[in-house]
Ligand binder design. Sequence first.
Ligand code: ZN
Length: 304
Amino acid sequence: MAELFSSRVIKSAKEGPQGLIIAGVHGDEYEPVLAVLELMNQLEGKLASGSVTLVPITNRNAYFSAARVGEDHLDLARTCPGNANGSITEQVAVEISEMIKKADFFIDMHTGGDLFDISPLSGYMLHPNSKVLETQRAMAEAFNLPIVWGTSPELEGRTLSVARDANVPAIYSEYRGAGFHSEGVNDLVEGCKNVLQYFGMLSDQKCQVKPKVKIEDDKPGSGHLQVMHPAPEEGIFLPSVDLGDLVTKGDKLGCLLRENGEKGAEIPAQQSGMVFLKRAVPMAKAGEALAGILPVNKKVYDEK
Ligand SMILES: [Zn+2]
């Protein structure tokens, strides 16, 4: 088992870019783990140039806790670049950060985990270096999920923050959550292979380009999912929308039910657009995210 989940470097005899593809930064996100294992099978002996390092489970401690975070309760995606003398997650952060700095490009795959259901998307930071930004836009588009999302570059602690500081072109992906979505594994495998094709590392990848929307938002904190539509009070969140629904600012996204059975706050949409994130664990504490909306005026994803 340990060996199956170890990282692997797949090399071509021909010189070329050195890519890094990882999953399992959070321990409750499974489709990306299976996608990386499948890439190990599919890419062996197939690269036209360069090399790709595949890491199926980045935070093993969180994975074996079947939770977003491990025993030290630190979120690896808020801990980079880490501390070599720190706790287990801080040490893993150092290790993965060093790998990211050495890479020519980087893909970090996620899902909403236990807590959120998220429309499939690929994202990148609006990098100040225009060459890096252009490469990231092209990678995110090649990844071929319904939403391509560029957000403010100032968020810290992420793997993508490490890549940003090292000028390594990087994207991340989100794919559902709140249960297992088997179709996600193949979509993620194809997405990674499309990016390898973009870098000239695969030659026979046949990509059927899917319709998608591209959004760029440079407002500070724009990519921070955990703060969207925060619960105004503690309660059970009863959503009245599905992923992919189009809403108008002020529409009801759901309401909270108090522990004594009373109806609590209604949650109005803060902007018009498409619901792309929905809380999956009903119990919410005050301040926790309930839903997210992207400024999209056509339905590009349907959860059913
Ligand atoms: Zn994650």
